[in-house]
Each structure stands twice: as C-alpha cells, then as structure tokens.
Design a protein around this ligand. Structure first.
Ligand SMILES: Nc1ncnc2c1ncn2[C@@H]1O[C@H](COP(=O)(O)OP(=O)(O)O)[C@@H](O)[C@H]1O
Ligand SMILES: [Mg+2]
Length: 140
C-alpha cells in the first residue's frame, strides 16, 4: 500500500522551555511510519535545528512534514526578522545568538550548515521583517 502522510506543528518564538518538543514528536511519528536509521537521524537533526532557530530568532512559525513512499518534505516557515545575508548565515560558526541563547547551549552557528548537510534537497528563502522559509527534502 502506498504511503502518504502529512502533519504540521506550530512553534512559538522565545519559548525555550519547549525547545526540542516538536522535533521529538515528529521523530516519534516518523518512527511510527517505519522510518529508521540514517533517514530518521537526518530528519531529526533538520527539524530540531529548524525548531531551535524559530524559537531563537523568529516570532512564530510552523513545521510541516509530508511523507510519501519516496521522500520526506519538510517546510519550515516563520514570521520573523528574516535573514539579511543568507550566504553568511549558512557558514559554519556564524551566529548572531545573544548571551542568553548561548547560556542555554545554543548559538554554535552550525544549525543551517547541518540542516543543509542532512538534506538531499535544500532551499532557503527569506524576506526582511517578514520571515524565512526552509524547504528540506530527504529521500527515503
Ligand atoms: N529563522 C530564522 N530567522 C532569522 N534569522 C535566522 C533564522 N535562522 C537562522 N538565522 C540566522 O542565521 C544564523 C545562523 O543560524 P544557525 O546556523 O542555526 O546557527 P545558530 O542558531 O547557532 O546561530 C543565526 O545566528 C541567525 O542570525
Ligand atoms: Mg541555529
């Protein structure tokens, strides 16, 4: 039987208490669909880093996941300040995280780099003072 499944989660900016909860839930749902191993690991990294970025930098956002027999498509859309220089933001170690974020253990500047590394397809669009959209494709 062919598989198609979609789910969507809101993520609230500044809500560090809940950081990781959405990506853990997504991982649980994907496991339930029989996704394991490297595919599960890469999807979990991409969703976790995206979730933390919404909490750290945006006002609010949503993580949408669509699973088919062939792939997992993750759209992460936020309303927020946007990213002025995407190329710079993608660099390993580049971060604008403030002290508060760093004290919580975030802000290593590896998130976007790791997301791209985990993806088979990766697209990022951003508009200043509007928000950011990440499209992540992971082949099964
Ligand atoms: N959703 C977002 N909205 C606005 N800026 C973002 C967003 N995601 C990432 N950024 C910017 O890109 C930088 C690099 O992000 P990332 O690689 O995840 O590293 P880190 O989160 O550790 O700073 C961030 O410091 C921030 O300036
Ligand atoms: Mg990050």
């Amino acid at each position: 039987m062919s598989q198609k499944c979609e789910f969507s989660f809101p993520v609230e900016g500044e809500n560090f208490d809940d950081a990781g909860k959405v990506s853990v839930e997504i991982k649980r749902l994907l496991k339930g669909l029989g996704i394991t191993g490297d595919i599960l690991r890469r999807t979990a990294i991409a969703t976790y880093e995206s979730e933390v970025n919404i909490i750290s930098y945006a006002w609010q956002g949503t993580i949408d996941v669509r699973v088919t027999d062939d792939n997992i498509l993750i759209n992460i859309q936020d309303s927020g300040p946007g990213i002025i220089d995407i190329e710079q933001a993608m660099q390993q170690g580049y971060s604008t995280a403030n002290d508060r974020i760093r004290e919580m253990g975030f802000g290593a500047g590896m998130g976007l780099f790791n997301i791209k590394n985990c993806s088979d397809g990766f697209e990022i669009l951003s508009e200043i003072n509007k928000g950011t959209l990440l499209k992540i494709l992971i082949n099964r």
